[in-house]
Ligand binder design. Structure first.
Ligand code: ATP
Length: 352
């Protein structure tokens, strides 16, 4: 029996995570969920958006399925954490959001986001099949920002050999396991010669150990244009943190929107699975959210847990519901709610 930490999160988080939980259980996967609160609800209930119970649970389970958590748009918002982190550092640390805090504290150094077309989902393209690897621990997400004077602010972009090599090696191993043959390193080394230059050079050097995988590179702005013009030419994309964030949303748009894009964060001894989308406050609590991205994140989780049969059952049931097109959410061209779509998938799993 695998124990899994379930973080419902904010906005549409509770709706999409409960959908994924019910579907995983209906697939007969040998899992048990431990629910813990993080985000704005936890802040209201426990006085902190990231209670120690979240870390205690993940320390036991090593696997989390997480809904999106809201980051208030206030200039001085920080998430404070006091614990021994993955590198053995103690003391109070502060992070710009709950998600960044979890990624940093747990050492989740890479975010993997597969983006592909699904049957019967309308999109501008029909043969997109990408895996995006976003470096998760540094870049402009270092959280080091300050006002220099009243009219000027600065942020520090950090790129290290260690983190660049680690994420490149992970991406290449992952692609090799999937039997993929191509990776594109994405950067802006023509302007940020030292930081992005180091990322590019390190990734290229790491790739020399993987002669079976073809490596090329693109400047991030050119990549965006080419992705929109001819996305099928790309297989794997390896990007520093900020470009990875932006290009992931762009890529989700290629296949039908944010409702479809799953994700997984991996670290040395734990993993956290979460959709690319955010809390979607515009549709929260209205039974309108597409649960597919979180369900597909749970499929990635089942594969990580070495439960491929359960993963295939969940994906198969989801595809069957997409193909029928009757019980799908508004963004997928239907008029079913989150709950009705979830019940239809559970129905397929139960053989009806
Ligand atoms: P946050 O501040 O948490 O990032 P946001 O609204 O800025 O929230 P997203 O949550 O990523 O960003 O949503 C962007 C748009 O995509 C919204 O219009 C939202 O309704 C839509 N969207 C996001 N996720 C889904 C989903 N699962 N189903 C349907 N629509 C979604």
């Amino acid at each position: 029996m695998h124990r899994i930490t379930l973080i419902a999160g904010d906005g549409i988080g509770p709706e999409v995570t409960s959908a994924a939980r019910d579907i995983v259980l209906a697939a007969g996967a040998p899992v048990a969920f431990e629910e813990v609160a993080a985000g704005q609800r936890a802040e209201r209930e426990c006085g902190t958006p990231l209670p120690a119970a979240v870390f205690d649970s993940i320390a036991r389970t090593k696997v989390a399925l997480k809904g999106p958590t809201q980051t208030p748009f206030s200039g001085d918002y920080r998430v404070h954490v006091e614990r021994r982190d993955v590198e053995g550092r103690t003391g109070m640390r502060s992070h710009p959001s709950v998600t960044v805090a979890l990624r940093k504290e747990l050492g989740l150094f890479v975010n993997v986001r597969p983006i592909k077309n699904y049957p019967s989902v309308a999109s501008r393209y029909d043969d997109v099949d990408l895996v995006i690897f976003r470096e998760n621990s540094e870049d402009l997400y270092s959280g080091i920002e300050r006002m220099i004077d009243e009219g000027t602010a600065e942020a520090i972009k950090i790129i290290s050999y260690r983190a660049s090599e680690r994420v490149a090696r992970f991406a290449l191993e992952y692609l090799r396991k999937l039997g993929r043959k191509k990776v594109t390193i994405v950067h802006k080394a023509n302007v940020m010669r030292l930081t992005d230059g180091l990322f590019l050079k390190t990734a290229q050097e790491t790739a020399r150990h993987y002669p079976d995988i073809e490596v090329d590179q693109r400047v991030v702005d050119a990549l965006c244009m080419e992705l929109v013009m001819k996305p099928e030419q790309f297989g794997g994309l390896l990007l520093p943190n900020l470009y990875g964030d932006i290009v992931s949303d762009l890529a989700a748009g290629l296949v039908g929107g944010l409702g479809l894009a799953p994700g997984a964060n991996f670290g040395p001894d734990c993993a956290m699975f979460e959709a690319v989308h955010g809390t979607a406050p515009d549709i929260a609590g209205q039974d309108l959210a597409n649960p597919m991205a979180t369900i597909l994140s749970a499929v990635m989780m089942l594969r990580y847990l070495d439960e491929p049969a359960a993963a295939d059952r969940v994906e198969g049931a989801l595809v069957a519901v997409l193909q029928e097109k009757r019980q799908v959410t508004r963004d997928l061209g239907g008029n079913a709610g989150t709950r009705a779509m979830t019940s239809a998938i559970v129905g397929k799993l139960n053989g009806s």
